[in-house]
Design a binder for this molecule. Sequence first.
Ligand code: COA
Length: 381
Amino acid sequence: MTKAVIAATGLFTPEQSISNEELVAAYNAYAERFNAAHAAEIAEGDVAELTPSSVEFIEKASGIKSRFVLDKTGILDPERMVPHLPARSNDELSILAEMAVKAAEQAIKAWGKPVSEIGAVLCAASNMQRPYPAMAIEVQQALGIEGFAFDMNVACSSATFGIKTAADFIASGSVKAVLMVNPEICSAHLNFKDRDSHFIFGDVATAVIVEAEDQAAPGGWEVLGTRLKTVMSNNIRNNFGFLNKAALPTDAVEPLQSNGLTDKMFVQQGRKVFKDVVPMVADMIVDHAAELDIDPTGLKRMWLHQANINMNQFIGRKVLGREPEPHENVIILDEYANTSSAGSIIAFHLHQDGFEPGETGLICSFGAGYSAGTVFVSKRA
Ligand code: COA
């Protein structure tokens, strides 16, 4: 059975970023206008008054200070609260594929081999912009890759599910190298008029090249083991899909927020998610480490899914059995917010320094489904 290696990674970060202060100012302006426009119904008790959002709450509850987005002006316009992401013709590269290609080009450059050596492309992400043709096939074509490609969606866990899929392809001999991309346009599925969740997500794309060990150049990361888990829950849900299309005006060219379908967008019971997912993931990491004969307290670094600072600190403490140092439990959500499947890969991409060959780390994701994935890696000489 051929072992898999994470040979290279890439990251595309949008140019525009929104601070909590800017986001809260836009929400509060929207709420003020809403309350003024519905003053009579609010006084009668027929409409609930909107309460202001707060920078302090957001930072304390989530650890998020800012988020990158593809379009800032549409989101921050209190009359709109939706990014401007105009539809593209079928002949243009789709916006999701475009982001993925940018991240992939960086990974391919770092890898240093021709794309003819890649046998498969996986687009593993939370929110695909259409059912088919697969975005992965579009990325494949844009990069001139042969072989096969497909999309897979396991919400925030998509990247670890993608790495395991790639590692299994390599183990079975199906292909020798896989490109996995995680383009996430979370801002198109987030209801910026919802105070409970308007601060949560950001946009980004990541890319990972997984390759057979017997042909990999020195360096990179040996995949020591992968494990996946899913447990049905409605506590994080997104109901958008083709059955809702009938509700869209025929000329709809904007993200779905502008079509009044906010009840079909991301929604969560954050407290319940926290309570259910944290113990599930901590136990999974410890169990999986035991199976691989790895002492979890000896992990050099964890690159966890980036949803909430308190969740990550809690899991970090449970796994290491003590308070992790910042370099042991990487946090990037302060700058990037929750970027769904891409979060753990951004952390991994940006913070790989200081490892000696043989030292171990953990890429771990968790999210809607519920779903969780663990990928233990070891630095190669
Ligand atoms: N500004 C100010 N106050 C706010 C607010 C905002 N934007 N949003 C909510 N609040 C208020 C609530 O109204 C509530 O007030 P009350 O106690 O008077 O009713 C209070 O803050 C606490 O709200 P709650 O939703 O319980 O906050 P929380 O501490 O659970 O934090 C999350 C919210 C979403 C940050 C947190 O639950 C979380 O991150 N959970 C994990 C979610 C997750 O990982 N999801 C994965 C997605 S892939």
